[in-house]
Design a protein around this ligand. Structure first.
Ligand SMILES: [Zn+2]
Length: 385
């Protein structure tokens, strides 16, 4: 009998794995996968200042190539549970939909690739047709992502294992299953611009140096376009997210003003080059009259792209064969754990439709879970075919 992705998704939703809690979700997968003879490892990673987080790595087969499916069982909090028509951790099916926190982001996606992997193995005498299938599941994606995928990949690599290709089951589709594969992500960089002036009485501005004048001039200069986009990416952009002086006094010129910003950047830039570009622009706008400095936050979200090639073609063909849709290769949206996986092997993101993710009454159409399982199954069969 084929594995039941809807049942697996429902069981996972019933685990209260609000980040960073394991909530029984990994224990459940451990049980399901070890019964199908996967070798299952559970590891807990910790670091000062962050919550310890449980992770799971499972593999069947010892040979190359190793096709990895990746995902996270942690979910964002439900918010006011009374606002949900279907309780967030009940896993109710109503009409033709499965409801619950994580239905699309991304317990549903995990259920589909688990079901597809179990079916492939069952139909090939209890092993992959050739090579290996592995599952890399973290409980630390929705929070700081410090004790999750990055450390788990390192841990597996330290065992001498390698990965050849990865499908990350994040909800990649916009309107229907099959419309979008994410084949890369923009980088993300946070910074703070600080302008120093001289405090003084507002009636005697000549005796002070108002940093707000300098700050607004620099803000204007830094919002100029960064590039015109590239083959695989939209233009980069810098957005100011906060402008702060914190001055409660009406007759005081403040001594300092700050502005916080985020840059989403494409493959035209490295982090170092981007910082230099921004600092140079500020220097020009300051024209020697404004005293400023930048405070850059460390970023582990660098830009990457998985270029079109045999693996993207294989995935796109599987999607088209099952759905009739030709998926778009997109690099839009926020960051994901693909930023860590890309250092180990080419990675594509493909999962359910993202529309209800992180919302009240998050839900996945049952038909989508069935379709996605067929697509994953087709990808596995082609990969080992
Ligand atoms: Zn997610």
């Amino acid at each position: 009998m084929p594995a039941d992705p809807v049942g697996i998704a429902r069981d996972l939703i019933r685990c209260r794995s609000v980040t960073p809690e394991e909530g029984g979700a990994l224990a459940y997968l451990h049980d399901v996968l070890s019964r199908a003879s996967f070798e299952v490892h559970r590891t807990t990673f910790a670091e000062a200042g962050t919550a310890a987080v449980e992770n799971l790595y499972a593999r069947i087969g010892a040979e190359k190539p190793n096709l990895m499916f990746a995902g996270h069982t942690d979910v964002v909090p439900p918010g006011d549970e009374a606002a949900w028509r279907h309780a967030p951790f009940a896993g109710e099916i109503a009409g033709d939909r499965l409801y619950g926190r994580g239905a699309v982001d991304m317990k549903g996606g995990i259920a589909c690739f688990v079901a597809a992997a179990l079916d492939h193995v069952a139909e090939n005498g209890g092993m992959p047709k050739k090579g290996s299938l592995s599952l890399l599941i973290t409980g630390d994606e929705e929070s700081v992502a410090v004790n999750g995928t990055a450390k788990l990949l390192k841990w597996v690599a330290a065992r001498g294992e390698t990965f050849d290709h990865c499908i990350l089951g994040e909800p990649s589709n916009v309107a229907s299953v099959g419309d979008t594969i994410k084949a890369g992500r923009r980088g993300s960089l946070n910074g703070m611009l600080v302008v120093n002036g001289r405090q003084g009485h507002v009636a005697y501005p000549d005796r002070a140096d108002n940093p707000i004048r300098g700050l607004t001039a620099l803000i204007a200069a830094l919002q100029a376009p960064l590039d015109e986009g590239s083959t695989h990416f939209d233009p980069s952009h810098l957005e100011f997210t906060s402008v702060d002086v914190g001055n409660p006094t009406v007759n005081l010129i403040p001594g300092e003003a700050r502005a916080r910003f985020n840059i989403r950047y494409n493959d035209q830039h490295s982090q170092t080059a981007l910082k230099m570009l921004i600092e140079r622009r500020a220097q020009t706008a300051a024209a020697g009259r404004v005293h400023f400095s930048f405070d850059w936050q460390p970023s582990n979200a660098d830009v990457f792209v998985t270029k079109p090639g045999p693996f993207t073609e294989l995935a796109a063909a599987a999607i088209e064969e099952v759905t009739g849709r030709v998926p778009e290769l997109s690099t839009s949206g926020g960051t994901s754990d693909a930023r860590f996986i890309k250092d180990y092997c080419p990675v594509l993101e493909f999962g359910l439709v993202g529309q209800t993710m992180h919302q009240v009454d998050e839900c996945a159409p049952v038909a989508d879970l069935v379709t996605l399982t067929l697509i994953y199954r087709r990808i596995i069969d082609k990969y080992f075919g």
